[in-house]
Design a protein around this ligand. Sequence first.
Ligand code: GH3
Length: 301
Amino acid sequence: MRLLLVDDDELDRMAVVRVLKNPNLVKDIVHASTAVKALKLYEESTFDIVLLDYRLPDMECLDVLNQLTQHTEKHAAVVILTGMEDNEAIERNCIFAGAQDFLLKKELSERHLTKALVHAQARHALNSKLIDTHKRLKYLAENDPMTGLSNRYYFEEHLRGAIQRAHRLNFQLGLIYLDIDNFKMINDSLGHDSGDQLLQQIAQRLLDVVREGDVVCRLGGDEFAIIVHDLETETSVGALSQRVIESVREPIVLNNTEQFVTCSIGIATFPRCATNAEDMLKRADLAMYQVKREGRNGFNF
Ligand code: GH3
């Protein structure tokens, strides 16, 4: 264990060093007498545990904790050391701000400190696992595994949020709803794997054509959507749709043969066409079916 010991009182730091006799537990103790020095050391090096005095001369403890936990790539557990009497509110605030344990200086003994450090490390490891699992679950819930694009669930959530924001800021928003033409024929003639490859390549082309900040989603099957933020004019969403159509039309190599596919696009804009996510999708869907009826390979509002 490598420990960063942060306390402005040298005698208190010495007391900790005296108590931590077990060389198998803590191999290295680095001292810092101020928060600023501690944060610098933390940034430049790697520690397993930070033992942090609650009262430091240059910074509030909660601010130090906030800064420590912002370094998401660092993995030190934090134990707060305090000379004050038991204070549940302070302890709770420290734990909420990212500390793993809380120890009173008057209880400083080898047994207590060792226990606090070991528990803090274990809690921290468990927390990190939970955070990783949460991130993984969130990724799985929001993304389409085949194309890596955002999925329908994310699309609906994001569109709702984007409409609220556009409403607040008086912006326009565009929705491009795209369906590949005669996609079934690719599956039927070249096989399902080639169909999958086609979907992956189309996904990449859509990502290449949009602006940073626009959101490309696979809604399911051969249906895709693009949420176009901060639309300057309705014409610009038409121009983007035209670029999408041309990009999809570029030859695609599947099974060593060049294939040519087209797509049909329906467009809806906020606030002109619809004022909520459901209506916006409905409008774009209707506009897309109109293109299909009129022979495919185009876009329509
Ligand atoms: P249209 O121009 O009228 O839309 O004709 P289409 O052939 O594209 O018709 P439709 O959109 O109904 O066909 C979609 C096909 O996509 C049917 C389904 O079997 C296939 N499909 C859905 N999901 C996947 C997938 O993940 N991979 C592959 N390869 N095919 C899929």
